[in-house]
Ligand binder design. Structure first.
Ligand code: ADP
Ligand code: MG
Length: 684
C-alpha cells in the first residue's frame, strides 16, 4: 500500500464510508496516517464492580445479568438498559439513542467489556453510553490504550481506528522525514516512522506522549518557520511612505469627543509605521467598544491627505454598511470621497463604485470581502485594514494586503489572545493594544437566569423599553444552518410580539435576509423606529447602536465565552445603564462556568484567558478564531512549552540558513511552503 493510495483500498471502507472520511479531509492513506488522535482512553484499567468509585472512567468485564430492556423515554429518546455482573457485584448499563447496541450485545452467553464513566444512582453503580467490546472478538482494543480521533457524524471511532491500524501495518513505503537528524537529536525527538506508529498504536503511555511530542514539535516548528518567513519577506518589500501624519491632529480636533489616551498611543504607533518604507503589519487589539474604528479612520485620513487610497474590509454586510455610513460622516466634510463595495449590491451601484476606486476619485473604500475579488483595481492603494480580524482567515488577510502591491496593513480584533501566546503565534505582526474604554461608560450589568424567572425579566425589559431604550434578543444557532436559525428567530419574533412585547415594534435580522433588507432593519433600529431586534449571531460583530441597552441571549449555553462577550459588547455603548441577560441551561459544568465568568467580569482580556482555561486540555483550541492555520495535533495552550521550544529552534535554523536552502531542509521547506501557500501567495 502506498501513501498516495485512496482510502477506499482499505478493508471495510466502501464508497459510502469513504465519503465520511472525505468529510474529515481524508482522501489518501497519507491523509489517514496524519489524521492524528486528540487524546486517548486508558482502557488498561479493568476494575471490579464492587470497587468502582463515582466519576472514574474505567473498564468492567462480565456477563449480562438480564436481557435488554428497550423503551421510549418521555422526551422521545430511545433507551436501552441492561445489567452487568462480574462476580463482585452488579451494575446498571444505560444507552440513549444507540440502536447499534442491540446488535453488539446479541450473544447472551458472551463475556463483554464495557468502558465508560461511573456514576452512582441510589447507591448502585451505573455507566451511561459505555463503549462495548466482546471479549473474544479478536480485534479487542480493551485493556489497551486507545487513541481518540476527531470524528464526524456517522463515522464511529472504531471505524477510524480500524482504518488507521490497517494503514500503519500495511504501508509499503517510508514516510518522508522532515526533521533532520541533528534537530531530532538536539531536541530529543523520535523519527517520523516511530512517531506515527506509536501515536496510533501506543503500547504504553510513554509511547504515546513521546510520539505526540515529536508530532507537535514538527507542527509548531513549521508554523514558526512559516510565520518568520512571511515576516522576513514583508520586511524586504517597501511601502508608500506617508509623510504627513501630523494632519491627524486636525482630524482628531474635528471629532465630537476627545480621543482616549490609549487611542492616541495606538494612533502614534500606527503613524510611526506609516512614515516608514517598511510595510506596516500591525494588529490592534481592543475590547468591544474601545473605539477601534476611529483609530482606523485616523490612519485612513492621513493616507487620503497624502493622496493615496485605503481600504477597510469588514466580515459582515451589516458591519460594512455601518462603517460606510460612519466613515462618510467623518470624511465628507474634508472632501474625502468614500466608496462602498458589497456582495449584495446592485450591478449598477457596484459599477459606479468600482469606477470611483479605479479612477482614484475615492480615497477611502469600505466593504465586505467583495473588496478582495479580482475585479477590483485600486488606483494607488497604500493601506489595507481588516476589521474583526478573527472572523477572517489568514488567506483573506494576506490577499487584501496583496492588492496594493506593498501596502501597509492594519488588522483589528476584539478577540484578544493572551500576550504570551500572541507573541509566539502572531510572530508576523506588531501589536497595539487599546486598553481603555471611552469615558462615561457604565459597567454592563450581567445576569444568568433560569426559565423560572423569565416572566419577571420580561416585565423589567418592557419597563426599559417604555423608558425609550432598545433591546437585542439573540437566538443561538440551533443547528449550523442559516435556514434553521432563521426559522427559530422568526418564531421567536412572533412569540414576543404576540406576548410580552405586544404593541412594541419588533424587528428581525438573520443571515438569510437580502442585504438591503438587513440594511433597512438596521437603519430603522439605529433610528429608534424598532424597539426590539431579534437576531441570529449575524449581530455579533461590531454593530453600534448606543441607545440599545438590553442584550438578551437565549440558549446562552450554546455560545463560547468569547462569543458571549462579543454579543454583550453590542450594549453599554451609551450613557445609560446597560444589561446583559442570559437564559440557558446551566446543567453542564462548562456552560455554568462560562456564564459565571460573564457575570463576574467585563474585561475582555480576562475573559480571553478564562476562555482558554475552560476549554482546557481536552478541547481543541479554536485556531480558526484567530485566523491561523489549523493545528492537527498541537494545542497552543497546553503545549506552550513545545511552542516555545520550537520558537528557539526556528530562530536557530533561520539564522544559519534563512532561506532553508540546505539539502537537509528540503522536505521541511517544501511542507512549510505548502502550508503557507494555502494561506496566501506571500512566499512567492
Ligand atoms: P469597537 O472597538 O468595538 O470597534 P467602536 O469603534 O465601534 O468600538 O466605538 C464604539 C463607540 O464609541 C462608537 O459609538 C464611537 O463613536 C465611540 N467612541 C470611540 N472613541 C470614543 C472616545 N474617545 N470618546 C467617546 N466615544 C468614543
Ligand atoms: Mg468595531
Amino acid at each position: 500500500m502506498l501513501l498516495s493510495d485512496s482510502v477506499q483500498y482499505l478493508k471495510g471502507i466502501g464508497e459510502k464510508r469513504a465519503e465520511l472520511f472525505h468529510k474529515l479531509g481524508i482522501f489518501t492513506v497519507e491523509d489517514l496516517l496524519y489524521h492524528l488522535p486528540r487524546g486517548f482512553e486508558d482502557r488498561t484499567n479493568i476494575k471490579d464492580i464492587s470497587d468502582l468509585a463515582e466519576g472514574e472512567t474505567v473498564c468492567v468485564k462480565g456477563v449480562l445479568a438480564m436481557g435488554l430492556r428497550k423503551f421510549r423515554a418521555r422526551n422521545g429518546t430511545w433507551v436501552i438498559q441492561t445489567r452487568l455482573s462480574d462476580g463482585s457485584g452488579v451494575m446498571q448499563l444505560t444507552w440513549f439513542n444507540a440502536p447499534y447496541v442491540e446488535k453488539s450485545l446479541e450473544d447472551p452467553s458472551a463475556e463483554y467489556i464495557f468502558f465508560g464513566r461511573v456514576s452512582y444512582r441510589r447507591m448502585s453503580p451505573e455507566m451511561v453510553n459505555p463503549i462495548i467490546e466482546k471479549v473474544d472478538s479478536g480485534t479487542s482494543k480493551m485493556g489497551k490504550i486507545v487513541p481518540i480521533y476527531p470524528a464526524t457524524g456517522g463515522l464511529q471511532q472504531r471505524s477510524i481506528r480500524d482504518a488507521v491500524t490497517q494503514a500503519v501495518l500495511k504501508l509499503g513505503e517510508k514516510l518522508p522525514e522532515s526533521l533532520p537528524e541533528e534537530i531530532r537529536q538536539k531536541y530529543n525527538l523520535i523519527d517520523i516512522e516511530r512517531a506515527i506508529r506509536s501515536v496510533h498504536m501506543p503500547e504504553t503511555f510513554d509511547d504515546f506522549y513521546t510520539a505526540r511530542r515529536r508530532l507537535v514539535f514538527e507542527e509548531f516548528l513549521k508554523l514558526q518557520l512559516g510565520v518568520a518567513t512571511v515576516k522576513a519577506h514583508k520586511h524586504k518589500q517597501s511601502a508608500v511612505v506617508i509623510e504627513n501624519v501630523k494632519c491627524i491632529a486636525d482630524f482628531a480636533a474635528s471629532l465630537p469627543f476627545e480621543l482616549t489616551n490609549a487611542q492616541k498611543r495606538v494612533i502614534n504607533e500606527i503613524s510611526a509605521d506609516l512614515k516608514n518604507s517598511v510595510p506596516m503589519n500591525r494588529l490592534v487589539q481592543g475590547d468591544v467598544g474601545s473605539g477601534k474604528t476611529i483609530v482606523a479612520a485616523a490612519s485612513m485620513f492621513a493616507v487620503a491627505k497624502s493622496g493615496y487610497q485605503s481600504v477597510m474590509m469588514a466580515p459582515t454586510e451589516i458591519l460594512a454598511e455601518q462603517h460606510f455610513a460612519g466613515l462618510k460622516k467623518y470624511f465628507e466634510p474634508w472632501g474625502i470621497k468614500v466608496a462602498f463595495l458589497s456582495g449584495g449590491q446592485k450591478a449598477k451601484e457596484r459599477r459606479e463604485n468600482l469606477e470611483l476606486i479605479e479612477s482614484g476619485e475615492a480615497s477611502v473604500i469600505v466593504g465586505t470581502h467583495a473588496v478582495i475579488t479580482d475585479k477590483v483595481n485600486f488606483a494607488n492603494l497604500a493601506l489595507s485594514i481588516t476589521d474583526e480580524q478573527h472572523r477572517f482567515g489568514v488567506s483573506q488577510r494576506t490577499k487584501l494586503a496583496g492588492k496594493g502591491i506593498n501596502s501597509h496593513t492594519l488588522v483589528m480584533t476584539a478577540t484578544p489572545i493572551p500576550r504570551t501566546l500572541s507573541l509566539v503565534i502572531y510572530g508576523d505582526l506588531d501589536i497595539s493594544i487599546i486598553d481603555q474604554l471611552p469615558p462615561g461608560r457604565k459597567e454592563i450589568k450581567t445576569i444568568a437566569l433560569t426559565e423560572a424567572r423569565r416572566a419577571k425579566m420580561y416585565e423589567f425589559i418592557l419597563q426599559e423599553l417604555n423608558k425609550g431604550r432598545q433591546a437585542y434578543f439573540v437566538c443561538a444557532l440551533v443547528e449550523d444552518s442559516d435556514a434553521v436559525s432563521a426559522k427559530a428567530a422568526t418564531d421567536y419574533v412572533k412569540r414576543l410580539s404576540n406576548g410580552v412585547l405586544r404593541g412594541k415594534s419588533v424587528g428581525l435580522l438573520h443571515g438569510r435576509m437580502k442585504s438591503f433588507e438587513k440594511e433597512d432593519i438596521m437603519k430603522r433600529f439605529a433610528a429608534g423606529e424598532i424597539d426590539a431586534l431579534v437576531a441570529t449571531t449575524v449581530i455579533e460583530v461590531g454593530v453600534d447602536v448606543p441607545n440599545a441597552t438590553i442584550m438578551v441571549i437565549e440558549n446562552a449555553e450554546r455560545f463560547g465565552l468569547s462569543q458571549l462577550h462579543q454579543l454583550r459588547g453590542r450594549v453599554g455603548r451609551g450613557a445609560e445603564q446597560s444589561y446583559c441577560i442570559m437564559f440557558g441551561d446551566q446543567k453542564s459544568g462548562v456552560a455554568k462556568e462560562r456564564m459565571a465568568v460573564m457575570c463576574e467580569t467585563n474585561d475582555g482580556f480576562k475573559i480571553a484567558e478564562k476562555d482558554l482555561e475552560i476549554r482546557g486540555p481536552g478541547e481543541f483550541f479554536g485556531t480558526r478564531q484567530h485566523g491561523l492555520p489549523e493545528m492537527k495535533i498541537g494545542n497552543f495552550f497546553t503545549d506552550m512549552d513545545i511552542l516555545k521550544e520550537t520558537q528557539g529552534a526556528a530562530a536557530e535554523i533561520l539564522k544559519e540558513d534563512p532561506m532553508l536552502e540546505n539539502k537537509k531542509y528540503d522536505i521541511l521547506n517544501r511542507e512549510v511552503v505548502k502550508t503557507f501557500n494555502k494561506v496566501g501567495d506571500v512566499l512567492n
